[in-house]
Design a protein around this ligand. Structure first.
Ligand code: FAD
Length: 266
């Protein structure tokens, strides 16, 4: 069985610089960490690997990222925690991609692996772009089913995966036949620590770095130029600090609040 875990490098701080021309994040590798949702995704993949190993079946876990060259450091950290290998799609042609162009690039990366992929696990969202679109878009591009927002992997029996997820209407149990894409909520699992042996093995582990040409990506569908949507402006909203105390009884406070809201809406 082969599982691909999509891992995005995200800024470790909220203080990010935006490129004033392209309105995309200036990605500084030194400040990057693995998107917290993707750490959960990796842990769920490693648990499947462990369970199947106990039953005598080998599961290959590949961590896949589209990012700047420094992202390789994060993929090696994932390998130190138990992934088998990594694939980094790194090319200026990918820069500034929106989610459609990102999902397309990741699909090219998956298809370049040359071996069938049974399960793709993504985080529910990335904490910087925060769109939660990549998982479902990947499923559409790969033409496989998708369960989004998984909070608990109930069972993987043969090729049938059952999972529990939260919805606005309550909790839902969903079954899907692999191959499939799932996206996972952050609290679904806590990523294990790397072992000493893992850290040492990760130094020489195979992390393939591929360009857009290597994965035969259509240049008209990658990067900023290949993105049908573009972020026009990103800004930190001004935070007004004038606080207005609302005193009195509950009824008086309600009336005062109503007046304040009416004035604010004028
Ligand atoms: P999400 O869909 O939130 O990520 C879900 C999962 O997909 C991740 O947990 C991870 O598992 C996987 N994943 C995502 N990106 C990668 C990657 N590069 N490598 C490996 N796995 C990955 N783009 C739009 O199309 N529409 C928007 O409205 C939009 N708004 C943005 C707003 C801001 C402030 C910023 C900084 C970017 C925005 N973008 C938007 C660009 C968007 O961040 C990129 O397209 C990004 O590559 C994927 O979108 P996301 O981060 O929202 O991913």
């Amino acid at each position: 069985m082969r599982i691909v875990v999509c891992v995005k490098a995200v800024p470790s701080t909220t203080e990010v610089k935006m490129d004033p021309v392209t309105n995309t994040i200036v990605r500084d590798g030194r400040q990057a960490v693995v998107n917290p949702f993707d750490a959960t995704a990796l842990e769920l993949a490693l648990r499947i690997k462990d369970e199947r190993a106990a039953a005598g079946e080998h599961v290959d876990v590949t961590v896949l990222s589209m990012g700047i060259p420094d992202t390789e450091r994060l993929l090696r950290d994932c390998i130190a925690r138990g992934a088998d290998d990594g694939l980094l799609l790194s090319d200026r042609a990918f820069a500034g991609a929106d989610t459609l162009a990102t999902a397309y690039a990741l699909t090219c990366g998956i298809e370049s692996m040359g071996a069938p992929v049974d399960l793709v696990i993504c985080g529910k969202m990335a904490v910087d772009g925060d769109t939660a679109q990549i998982g479902p878009e990947l499923a559409g591009a790969l033409d496989v089913p998708c369960i989004a927002g998984v909070e608990r992997l109930v069972e993987l029996c043969g090729k049938v995966l059952s999972a529990e997820r939260a919805t606005d209407a309550g909790r839902e149990f969903v079954e899907v036949e692999l191959p499939a894409v799932i996206t996972v909520a952050k609290d679904a699992a806590q990523l294990r620590m790397p072992s000493i042996a893992g850290v040492l093995a990760a130094e020489d582990a195979p992390v393939a770095v591929r360009t857009a040409a290597d994965v035969k990506a259509d240049p008209t569908r990658t990067g900023l130029a290949g993105s049908p949507t573009q972020v026009v402006r990103s800004f930190v909203p001004e935070r007004a600090h004038e606080a207005v105390p609302v005193e009195g009884t509950a009824a008086e406070q309600a009336a005062a609040l109503a007046t304040l809201i009416e004035e604010a809406c004028r």
